[in-house]
Design a protein around this ligand. Structure first.
Ligand code: SAM
Length: 335
């Protein structure tokens, strides 16, 4: 077994390599949790270098797994790293990293979709960082719902995205999803997700990774996407924008006048008011005009958000003397 020091100027004591951690703890990748690991520390260092202005930031990493990105984060100039991992098999290896990190690493055991709502906002209120970076080689099966969850929070200035806090995202997606996130107007790749991300954020793709860098290798490439909040996003209600996009993208090959007709008996005045040609398809419409259309339809009482199923919430086992949630939080047992 090799012992390695991670990075040239490591803050961590010598540790097992990540591939040895996986062997020693018998951590077979689980497909249902979208587990594709990165063992090459050069790759994880390169991903971490994509994070803008990391110095002094609190980084939240989703799905640390055996901890390659986590090690690079611990060796970075971030002030603290909070990881959220659902699979309990990784906890002993992460605990070793936490012990070596001199208080820099905090572990939450749970589902990120739940932790987002309760534990993470509490932790951030406690630490009160001015800079937060959301990072992860995301489990592909939840990457889109998770991003939508964060974009909605950003739009409403809620939870992690409290107003005044500088929150940016550096996330790994399947390349196909990354292409949609950065897609220009008039491209087939311009989807619902492009509008929802781009009306709030400047979206860039700094790094594309071939399947071979992952273990096991997935069928498709992946890409790192940076989402940085725009200073003057269009004024539009996120849920209403999502609702209109669902309607028009359900039949994306139809002209906009036909899909908006589902909502308004006479769609033409609404389209004219927002300088949208009735024969356009959704991918041809600039983001600002689509947002204008949402506002016009909403003012006329013709658009309302789809009812949302409430997501599971669970409480921490307790709070310590500082009001900080106890770090090991069990996911709810199935009822
Ligand atoms: N960061 C590691 C790496 O790059 O090698 C592992 C990345 S792997 C693609 C995704 C990780 O997310 C796995 O560790 C998996 O257990 C975890 N995961 C899956 N679903 C999760 C969820 N809902 N909440 C938190 N972690 C989750």
């Amino acid at each position: 077994m090799n012992s390695v020091v991670v990075g040239g100027t490591s803050f961590l004591p010598p540790m097992m390599s990540v591939s040895d951690v996986v062997k020693v703890y018998g951590l077979q990748a689980r497909a249902q949790l979208s587990q594709n690991f990165i063992f090459d520390m050069n790759v994880s260092e390169k991903i971490i270098r994509c994070i803008p202005d990391i110095e002094g930031a609190t980084v939240i990493e989703v799905g640390p797994g055996p901890g390659s990105l986590t090690r690079s984060l611990l060796n970075s100039t971030a002030e603290r790293v909070i990881v959220v991992e659902k699979d309990p098999r990784f906890l002993p290896a992460l605990k070793n990293l936490a012990d070596a990190s001199r208080g820099k690493l905090h572990i939450i055991h749970g589902d990120i979709l739940d932790a987002n709502r309760l534990i993470l906002p509490r932790l951030l209120d406690h630490f009160n960082p001015s800079k937060v970076r959301l990072v992860g080689n995301l489990p592909f099966n939840i990457s889109t719902p998770l991003l939508l969850n964060w974009l909605r929070m950003q739009s409403y200035g809620a939870n992690i995205f409290r107003p005044g806090r500088d929150v940016r995202m550096t996330l790994m997606f399947q390349k196909e999803v990354a292409d949609r996130l950065v897609s220009d107007i008039n491209r087939r790749t311009r989807t619902r997700l492009s509008f929802l991300a781009q009306h709030l954020c400047k979206v860039t793709m700094p790094y594309v990774l071939p399947p071979e860098v992952f273990v096991p290798a997935p069928k498709v490439s992946a890409a790192v996407v940076n989402l940085e909040p725009r200073h003057n996003p269009e004024v539009v209600d996120f849920d209403l924008l999502e609702s209109l996009l669902n309607t028009v993208y359900n039949q994306r090959r139809k002209a906009i006048r036909n899909t908006v007709k589902i909502l308004a008996e006479d769609p033409l005045p609404f389209l004219e008011e927002n300088h949208i040609h009735p024969m356009m398809r959704p991918e041809h419409i600039p983001t600002a005009n689509m947002c204008g259309l949402v506002n016009s339809l909403a003012q006329a009482g013709l658009l309302s958000p789809r009812p949302r199923s409430s997501s599971r919430l669970y409480l921490a086992d307790g709070f310590d003397q500082n009001g900080l949630p106890l770090v090991m939080v069990r996911p709810p047992s199935p009822s």
